[in-house]
Every structure is written in structure tokens, then in C-alpha cells.
Design a protein around this ligand. Structure first.
Ligand SMILES: [Zn+2]
Length: 247
């Protein structure tokens, strides 16, 4: 195989790796942001339930205070009942007592409702807290994995970058210029496999003479349609092999 062509295939492979790694590095801040938001949402859920529980307790204390007032009034009425002189006064006092007793029952019912709500909220808080702990552990693991991934990507980028420089230095100047020119026009994909008479990237059918020339791999030939530099693989490349399967 023509030395330039062989190195261009390798160069393309490195460029794709570099591009892929750079894209992934660029995605990482967004992933971290999403993790931070997920954590904040769960923390807000816990805070929300905690606040409802605090409100419930405040409401209950207020009802208990009102109840104490009503109970004081009730016992005062009961004392006064002993001292009434007339039947009419007695009946009026009985009525006051009945009203106060009704108010006591109403307050006690409200306190029971509060207690039931508090029980439900306590369960809800326990669940939300457990979910928060689970999410915190998950997110910490995901953050750590991201940091490791970023470190690996940066190491890979440094070595593929160095490999790219070394390869570019070995290429003839016209070959490198052609590659860079096509790469700029074709979103970084400047080399294409030719198989079964077709350019495997733009899928155009090559003229038989062009395909025959490409099969020899002895010089740089561009696809007449997409202008990519064509090569022929005796064993067709797999999707993750030498040839980028798609752009
Ligand atoms: Zn093409």
C-alpha cells in the first residue's frame, strides 16, 4: 500500500478518536450539572416534607392552646353551675356548658386529625430521607465515575494528539494538505473505504476504472462525489474498525 495512504487511514482513525474524546469531555459538565440538579431536587423534596411536618406541629400547638382556653372556660362554667340561684340561670349555664363541651370535642377531633397527618408525614419524611441517601450515594458514585472517565479521556487525548503529530510529520506535505483540506469540508472525515464499487461514506457508485485504480491502493484517489480519499480493504472493515462507518 502507498505509504501516504496507509498513514492517512491511521491519521483518520486517530482524528476520529480525538473528536470522539473531545465531544465526550465537552458533555461532562452538562452531565455534572444534571447530577447536581437531581440532588437538589431530592433535597428540596426532603425539605418540603420537613416543612409540612413543622407546620403540622405548629398547627397542633395552636389548637391545643385553644383547647386549654375552652377547657378553662368549661370548668369555670361547672363551678358557676353550683352557685346559680334560679332555674333559668341553671338552664342558661347548662347551655353554656354544652356549647363548651361541643367545642372541646371539636378541638380534640382536630388534634386527632393533626396527629394522623403527622404520622403520615413522618412516614413520608422517612421515605424521602432514605431516597435522598440512596441518591446521594448514587450521585457520588456517578461523579467519581465521571472524574475517572475525564482523566482517562484526557490521557487518551494527550497520547492520540502526540500520535497524530508524529503521523503528520511522516506524511508527505501534499498528502497532509489534501487530508486537511477534505477534512475541513467534510466534518473531519476525509478518508473513505471503497467496497463493491461504492464509496462507503457517500454511497455513490464509483466508475469501474476508478474503483479498479482504488483497489491497487498505490496512490491517493478521491471520490468524485464527496472528494474523500479512497482506499480498498482486502478484508472489509467492521463498524469499529479502520473505516468510520458513518459520519
Ligand atoms: Zn464519496
Amino acid at each position: 500500500m502507498n505509504a501516504d495512504l496507509e498513514q492517512l487511514i491511521h491519521l483518520q482513525q486517530l482524528e476520529l478518536q480525538i473528536d470522539h474524546a473531545r465531544r465526550r469531555v465537552a458533555e461532562i459538565p452538562g452531565v455534572q450539572q444534571a447530577l447536581a440538579e437531581r440532588l437538589a431536587d431530592q433535597e428540596a423534596a426532603v425539605t418540603g416534607v420537613r416543612q409540612r411536618l413543622a407546620d403540622n406541629q405548629t398547627a397542633r400547638r395552636a389548637i391545643e392552646k385553644e383547647l386549654a382556653v375552652v377547657q378553662t372556660r368549661l370548668s369555670k362554667y361547672k363551678d358557676q353551675l353550683m352557685e346559680v340561684k334560679t332555674n333559668k340561670e341553671y338552664q342558661a349555664m347548662q347551655k353554656e356548658i354544652a356549647t363548651a363541651q361541643e367545642a372541646v370535642r371539636a378541638h380534640e377531633d382536630r388534634i386527632l386529625d393533626c396527629m394522623e397527618e403527622a404520622e403520615a408525614l413522618t412516614r413520608e419524611l422517612k421515605d424521602a430521607d432514605a431516597e435522598l441517601k440512596r441518591q446521594q450515594a448514587d450521585i457520588a458514585r456517578e461523579r467519581q465515575a465521571l472524574e475517572q472517565e475525564r482523566a482517562t479521556l484526557e490521557r487518551d487525548l494527550a497520547s492520540t494528539g502526540a500520535g497524530r503529530e508524529a503521523l503528520a510529520a511522516k506524511l508527505s506535505r501534499p498528502a497532509l494538505q489534501l487530508f486537511e483540506h477534505v477534512a475541513r469540508q467534510r466534518k473531519g472525515l476525509a478518508v473513505a473505504e471503497a467496497r463493491d464499487g461504492h464509496c462507503m461514506v457517500c454511497h455513490v457508485r464509483l466508475r469501474p476504472q476508478v474503483f479498479n485504480d482504488v483497489r491497487r491502493n498505490d496512490r491517493l484517489i478521491q471520490c468524485e462525489s464527496c472528494l474523500r480519499i479512497l482506499y480498498f480493504a482486502a478484508t472489509p472493515a467492521t463498524a469499529d474498525g479502520v473505516t468510520p462507518s458513518a459520519q
